[in-house]
Design a protein around this ligand. Structure first.
Ligand SMILES: [Zn+2]
Length: 354
């Protein structure tokens, strides 16, 4: 057994859908997260055992509203964008998820806390506290005139994905075309440009995961701060319209952001199929690809736990240690691993948060 598996390496993970997963599965009690009755569950005890010191917890309007239609093609498939959602419905759903999160934090006896600034995150690095970085996946709940953005900032919002795979008042998501170019549909609206600038001014990280190609370049030109893709794959390996081309990877590097590599096989496999029995080695390929295009300083984990189709070997959070061993075998050094696991996130968040 490699000694890395016994030594905890701190991890900041770029994306999970735990909160919406709970609501979808009628889990309304904080006990599910705070106690480890199931050794495989996505829970505080298992996350800390796996070395996670912090993660981006998404507020997301849920699966019930995933209305994209899949069409099989001779050499791939397309999934159209889901229908847009009314702001009131989106607000109600994410507020239910937010209430669960606050209940978890209040019931945790200071073991779980909301990360509001870089000092909060540093405390998580040195103790046994799990830091929740509050993320919104799709800006549907926000007022297009942004009158409620500072309220959300005060509630703890520190990261915002402009769209999911649908259109909203701010921009257009990328549909799932496989194979497909990210350049599908129009770019950000004026409200979307204003939102990027307002996030820069407030200290909210801008996330382009799920955004289409034109929207991506609008963010690149509008943002004065580093921006990221919290959970994505490399288009060169998996040519999904949802993945980043090498040109986009270099643009994120140019802005001093980072790319969180998803564990979800639909953005990793060359055929984009949702097959759990996919070896985790494909994830290593994507990480190494970002390293070769941009460098180790620009890649991180963005697991998509509780949301994506993860390789069965990685479904349980404790197995994240498999990746450490595989990455060392692939030639990364321990220092490289530290960059990938948490140092890159610290660098970006220090520049973005005020
Ligand atoms: Zn997502």
């Amino acid at each position: 057994m490699n000694n890395i598996s016994n030594n905890r390496i701190s991890i900041i993970d770029g994306h999970n859908d735990y909160l919406s997963w709970c609501i979808e599965n009628n889990i309304t009690s904080s006990k599910h997260f705070l106690s480890a009755t199931d050794p495989h569950s996505f829970s505080y005890p298992n996350l800390t055992l796996a070395g996670l010191i912090s993660g981006f917890f998404a507020l997301w309007t849920m699966k019930e509203w995933c209305t994209g239609v899949k069409q099989q093609l001779p050499h791939g498939f397309t999934i159209s964008l889901s229908k847009s959602i009314d702001r009131d419905i989106a607000s109600k759903e994410v507020n239910t998820q937010y209430s669960l999160l606050i209940d978890i934090i209040k019931s945790s006896n200071n073991k779980v806390s909301l990360v509001r600034n870089i000092n909060d995150l540093m405390l998580c690095l040195t103790g046994d506290r799990l830091g929740v970085i509050l993320h919104m996946e799709g800006a549907e709940p926000l007022c297009p005139r942004l009158t409620d953005l500072s309220d959300w900032y005060n509630k703890g919002l520190r990261s915002l994905g402009l769209t999911w795979a649908r259109a909203n008042a701010f921009g257009n998501g990328a549909p799932y075309f496989m194979p497909g170019d990210p350049d599908q549909g129009a770019g950000l609206t004026d409200n979307g440009i204003n939102l990027v600038k307002a996030c820069n001014a407030l200290g909210i990280l801008v996330d382009v995961a799920h955004l289409n190609g034109k929207g991506f370049w609008d963010v690149y030109h509008a943002s004065s701060k580093p921006f990221v893709s919290t959970h994505t794959g490399c288009h060169k390996i998996c040519p999904s319209s949802r993945n980043l081309t090498d040109e986009q990877i270099l643009a994120i590097k140019d802005k001093e952001g980072l790319i969180g590599i998803t564990f979800s096989v639909t953005e990793l496999r060359r055929d984009g199929l949702s097959i759990k029995q996919t070896p985790p080695d494909i994830l290593i390929e994507h990480i190494l690809h970002v390293c070769s295009v941009a460098g180790i300083e620009y890649v991180a984990f963005g697991s998509d736990y509780c949301g994506g189709t993860l390789p069965s070997e990685l479904e349980h959070v404790l197995n994240i240690r498999i990746l450490h061993r595989k990455l060392l075998e692939a030639g990364l050094t321990t220092l490289d691993l530290e960059h990938l696991c948490y140092k890159n996130w610290l660098r970006v968040l220090k520049k973005v948060w005020l």
